[in-house]
Design a binder for this molecule. Structure first.
Ligand code: SAM
Length: 243
């Protein structure tokens, strides 16, 4: 199912991109972003990551999304990247067009995942790298129990057509394409921000779930002492290189 109503707001994606920035920056550096000549931002949305790719890449950057409205949004941050509408499962590019492809929270929304992975592998040049930063909501850690939202996320994301456990599925699927893999997990924990509930509220929730979310938000706001609450969403940080 393709549910554009589940699209996060530009400012929510900026916050998420800031949170993931240290890990993404390290992955880009380790994969020689400065010498990459043709870079694809797969599922770029409003370009929360695109401008960074433009700034750091050695050559041109293409921002692709199936939602054209994101690519033309006035809040977009694309610098001089080429913007193109397109579907991850049938990429509108020739074989071996890119030497780096990045996906941040895009494969979460793609089904079947296998088609997108085959397409990414096809458009990568030999020696090209696919960098994926994708979450796994079933591993969401929260404390105390009064602020738990894991089940809400799992239900709402599935209802919206996403695959909430995309993180844990990716390594095996990418390795099956013959890619050389390195897999890490995002490792730093910051005190959780109330903004995390904004995206959940934008997903399709039943009225009962909405009520539960309001209760959780109240509980979370009441816990105003440092580290009185913990919420950590595991992110898989995958580098997959085409031999
Ligand atoms: C959660 S947003 C992430 C955007 C961006 N990568 C970022 O980190 O800010 C996911 C984006 O992927 C796009 N998307 C989802 N499925 C797609 C598909 N099959 N083909 C192309 N784009 C897709 C959505 O339209 C959305 O803009």
């Amino acid at each position: 199912m393709h549910n554009s109503a589940a699209l996060p707001l530009p400012e929510q994606l900026v916050l998420q991109a800031q949170w993931l920035a240290p890990a993404r920056s390290r992955m880009l550096r380790e994969n020689g972003i400065g010498r990459r000549q043709c870079v694809l931002d797969l599922g770029a949305a409003y370009g929360a990551v695109t401008a960074e790719l433009v700034r750091r890449a050695g050559g041109r950057v293409v921002a692709l999304d199936r939602e054209l409205t994101t690519l033309t949004n006035p809040q977009g941050t694309f610098a001089d990247a080429l913007r193109t509408g397109g579907e991850a499962r049938a990429l509108p590019f020739a074989t071996a067009s890119f030497d780096l492809v990045l996906s941040q929270c895009t494969l979460l929304w793609v089904a079947p995942l296998e088609s997108a992975i085959q397409e990414v592998t096809r458009v990568l040049q030999p020696g090209g790298a696919f960098l994926a930063l994708e979450p796994d909501y079933d591993g969401l850690m929260e404390s105390p129990p009064s602020i738990e939202t894991r089940t809400l996320w799992l239900e709402a994301l599935s209802r919206a057509g996403a695959n909430p456990t995309v993180g844990r599925r990716l390594p095996g699927l990418l390795a099956a394409q013959g890619l050389q893999m390195r897999v890490a997990l995002f490792d730093s924990l910051v005190p959780p921000a109330v903004e995390r509930f904004g995206f959940l509220r934008g997903l399709p929730l039943t009225s009962k779930e909405r009520e539960r979310l309001s209760q959780v938000e109240q509980q979370a706001q009441a816990l105003d002492k440092p580290w009185a609450q913990v919420a950590h969403l595991p992110f898989f940080l995958i580098t997959a290189v085409k031999p």
